[in-house]
Design a binder for this molecule. Structure first.
Ligand SMILES: [Mg+2]
Length: 372
């Protein structure tokens, strides 16, 4: 059996097509990501990626250093099929660093799938869905540009949109929502995400005003630690409340469930530290009758392929996903071919491992720093 012989870490840069504004912070044009390549002695490869966001969780530089300096020695020489055992060693040796661990786990799953000639969803117990509804986030401060974008996407079969609010003031949020409801088709599924942007003292008033626009849910109105405010909003509003920043880990999801601080929970591989921990979060929510949603940070095709396999194989991840970055928000990515999107749904890839192929020249062009 061929053991893991090398771990390569790259810091890469991707350019966004437009500025994106969200409650917690804005991104002008460039996002940094980290790409990991594992290789066995016999030449098999596995790819992983993480996209930390400095106002949300950590930094790309911190994740690259964690992989390069702390996780590399724990992974070299290990059995590529022993994913859980390797991750347990990593968890013991390095506190948190969820994004770095998510990238490593993805690369291990990709490698293990290729060695077994099975897609990752089969390693996870098999597929329960082959297409996932795709939500696109309307986050351009120029709402006229967002209307045009959403209309074009509707013509292409998209029906789910999430409006990013809380980055300016309540009047502007109300005006934007009114415009989207007026100018976009009546049958779209419209959701709202404050990204922690409301002050606790008037969050209920703002959210109540928003209910007139019939959003399917309102996501994370207030700051991450304010579980008691999330619980009060969940109890008071007719509209379901979704927890995102308040539920990073399975332990935090348990706290949300115990406090009845959400009706829906967003699971992100970048928050949980990977697919297996994301499944624990999902299981805690499922036991409490709470469906889950596939959230993201600014991830590209490798991480989104991993998220696609995770949702394909996890029944309670039933609220769709927002895996739109490579196709709709980045100027370019590093895959030979993006994971397919058809009729407003992400199509689960069927190849071995993550079912994707890296464009090595695009990867090289995007690289800021290479270690390993
Ligand atoms: Mg969110």
């Amino acid at each position: 059996m061929s053991r893991i012989a090398s771990l390569e870490v790259r810091l890469i840069k991707s350019r966004l097509k437009t500025k994106r504004a969200q409650g917690v912070g804005s991104v002008e044009r460039d996002v940094k990501r980290v790409v990991v390549r594992l290789r066995t002695a016999s030449g098999a490869e596995g790819w992983g990626e993480c996209a930390p966001w400095e106002v949300f969780s950590g930094t790309a530089e911190q994740a690259a250093a964690a992989l390069d300096l702390y996780l590399r020695p724990l992974v070299i020489g290990t059995n590529p099929r022993a994913i859980q055992a390797t991750l347990a060693v990593c968890d013991k040796a390095l506190y948190e660093h969820w994004e770095a661990k998510a990238a490593l786990e993805m690369a291990l799953f990709d490698l293990c799938g290729k060695l077994s000639n099975l897609p990752v969803y089969d390693l996870l117990g098999g597929m329960v869905r082959s297409r996932i509804p795709l939500s696109f986030s309307l986050a351009n401060p120029d709402d006229g540009a967002d209307v045009a974008m959403a209309k074009a996407m509707c013509a292409d079969g998209h029906r789910v949109f999430k409006v990013k609010t809380g980055f300016s003031d309540h009047e502007n949020d109300m005006r934007r929502l009114a415009r989207f409801r007026k100018e976009l088709p009546a049958d779209i599924d419209l959701r709202i995400d404050y990204n922690q942007g409301l002050a606790a003292y008037d969050a209920l008033r703002c959210c109540r005003d928003m209910e007139v626009f019939k959003p399917s849910f309102i996501e994370q109105p207030v700051k991450r630690p304010l579980i008691h405010v999330m619980a009060a909003l969940t109890a008071a509003l007719d509209t379901p409340v979704m927890a995102d920043e308040s539920a990073f880990t399975p332990a935090e999801a348990l706290r949300v469930v115990e406090a009845r601080a959400a009706d829906i929970v967003s699971v992100k591989l970048m928050k949980s530290g990977g697919i297996l921990a994301g499944r624990k979060t999902n299981a805690i929510c499922e036991a409490a009758g709470i469906p889950c949603y596939g959230g993201t940070l600014f991830e590209g095709g490798i991480a989104l392929a991993a998220g696609t396999h995770f949702i394909a194989a996890t029944a309670n991840m039933s609220m769709g996903c927002e895996f739109y970055m490579p196709k709709y928000a980045f100027e370019s990515d590093i895959l030979v071919e993006n994971v397919a999107v058809e009729d407003g749904h992400v199509i689960v890839p069927h190849g071995a491992g993550l079912g994707i192929e890296i464009d090595e020249s695009a990867l090289k062009a995007a690289t800021l720093e290479l270690r390993g």
